[in-house]
Design a protein around this ligand. Structure first.
Ligand code: DX5
Ligand code: ZN
Length: 222
């Protein structure tokens, strides 16, 4: 697939969400990353279905919904009704496989995510089912953290596995992506690069253009 940037609205101004997202559309961004946190799976609380439903009325962008919550299956339908286009849950929670199956049932993009310290092998039961794997390159919970280099071999291993098996699974990377680390993630085989603070910290348009230029240059390399 064509590599792309998925800006995480976690670092956007929540009072001006639609304006922030509107700045991205003319730059060719067609997907945004929405971080949902419940104060249980991660030590932070962010947004839920009502905010997603409000934003849904403002944009046609693909809503890449990252559920960092303990009960993703319990709340799955609420996120679909709110307008999620893709749902990613965490393999570390009990309801992960149930959530993935619900996403497949509904014909949306089904994603599975693992934390930096979670072993690659944990992904195996999901690789026959999912459309996307999200490898966390920070400990989930907060924007603005440092990219964890130790995850790079896991990105490479996933890329190799997908290529060897001839699968169509998308590799997404999330956490600490900026103008420096984006190259590392791309070289390791990531296709969707999630970036929050590197997009929304400061001038959104300039930040996005810089990241897009690096991604496009990498595409050119083939
Ligand atoms: C962290 C979230 C990320 C976060 C990334 O738990 O899943 O999507 O927004 O933020 P940055 O890009 O600032 O590391
Ligand atoms: Zn995320």
């Amino acid at each position: 697939m064509k590599r792309k940037l998925s800006p995480s609205i976690l670092s956007a101004d929540f009072a001006r969400l639609s304006e922030e997202v509107a700045k991205l559309e003319p730059l060719g961004i067609d997907e945004i990353h929405i971080d949902v946190m419940d104060g249980h799976f991660v030590p932070n609380i962010t947004i839920g279905p009502p905010v997603i439903a409000s934003l849904r009325k403002e944009t046609d962008m693909f809503f890449d919904t990252h559920l960092m919550i303990a009960h993703p299956a319990r709340y799955f339908d609420a996120f679909i009704e709110a307008g999620a286009d893709g749902i990613t849950c965490h393999a570390e929670v009990m309801e992960a496989m149930e959530c993935v199956k619900m996403a497949k049932r509904d014909g949306i993009r089904a994603g599975i995510s693992i934390n930096p310290e979670t072993e690659f092998e944990v992904l195996m039961p999901y690789l026959d089912v999912v459309d996307m794997v999200l490898l966390m390159t920070v400990h989930p919970g907060f924007g603005g953290q440092k990219f964890i280099m130790d995850v790079v071999p896991k990105i490479e291993r996933l890329r190799e596995w997908i290529d060897r098996e001839g699968r169509e699974i998308i590799v997404q990377v999330d956490g600490g992506i900026n103008v420096d680390t984006v190259k590392i993630a791309l070289d390791a085989g990531a296709e969707i690069l999630v970036a929050g603070s590197a997009v929304f910290g400061g001038n959104v348009v300039e930040n996005t253009e810089k990241l897009l230029a690096i991604i496009e240059k990498h595409e050119g390399k083939g």
